[in-house]
Design a protein around this ligand. Sequence first.
Ligand code: ADP
Ligand code: MG
Ligand code: MG
Length: 338
Amino acid sequence: PSDGDKNGVPFGGEHSMSSGSGSGCPRLVQMTVARQLQFVMNIGRGRYGEVWRAIFRGEDVAVKIFSSLDQESWESETQLYQTDLLRHDNLLGFKVADIGGTGSATQMLLVTDYHPRGSLYDFLKTLQRPLTIHEVFRMAHSIAAGLSHLHGDVVGTTSKPIIAHRDIKSKNILVREDGQCVVADFGLAVRKDDRNNALVDSDKRQGTRRYMAPEILDNSIRKAEFDSFLKADMYSFGLVLWELASCLEPFPGHGLSDYKLPYDEVGVDPDFATMERHVCLERNRPKIRHDWKLDEWKNILRKLMEECWSQDPGARLTALNVKKKLAKNMPPPAIHAF
Ligand code: ADP
Ligand code: MG
Ligand code: MG
């Protein structure tokens, strides 16, 4: 039950779809796509923009609205979504993108499939019961499947380049209604075929510090080899696996544990120096729970996460490895891990 009026609908709500001049509404009359959107409610707010639930041509969609400060991110995300053969069940589905306005008033939007369960982070944080081992394997497998499609190439009449995501974290993964996940937020993603890509060439450490691989934190990453970015994604994926496994019950009847981000001990917004000390110098990793070593299924997850977050990028599993291992060992739905 959404109430658009209370949420400060952008570009006007249901009743002002073409005027874009309702209360608190940016004027975007020149944007073809905006005129066809009926905004329902705000579902996310980031540093540079907002995400809204809307109706587009009779379908539920999510609309990511970028501020004029983040044109680079809109351009690269929009371009990435145009990649041939990108579509995959476990990657967020793209619908349309649009840009309007001029100069400092430039506004950009990106329309994608809508997933009512929201991000994996929100999903895990608001769980009402522990996850079952089957659910964790299924979610992990679906993320690995999305990532392995992204990381893989297709050669042929139509080809798909290798793509590194560079911002894998539970907030950038969405939960589908059937319990599988999709990888989202391609704002920092880079394609291997993008020669002299400014993002990859620059010395700037891109991504979310908490989830950054040690070689990014200490700048030892070998940027000349594109593979390095795939390995860095796998480190971040290892942390996501840990978040998922943390939602399993340690023993029957224990109930839910408090949800925590990986490296909770570094605080809310760790700086580079803190993360570098913690992850590179002290070589800390998220705590391995005792029960993960005792149960056959949990032990598989534990091994996978440890093989993903290895200090040595060359020792990490690939997304395809992880996907195959999870598929091979998938516990049946009725099995309880204790
Ligand atoms: P940003 O680049 O600003 O981080 P994201 O694409 O990661 O933007 O979206 C921000 C948040 O909005 C996500 O963490 C998620 O909570 C929500 N969100 C984004 N896209 C969708 C979608 N398609 N369906 C449901 N929620 C979404
Ligand atoms: Mg994001
Ligand atoms: Mg982003």
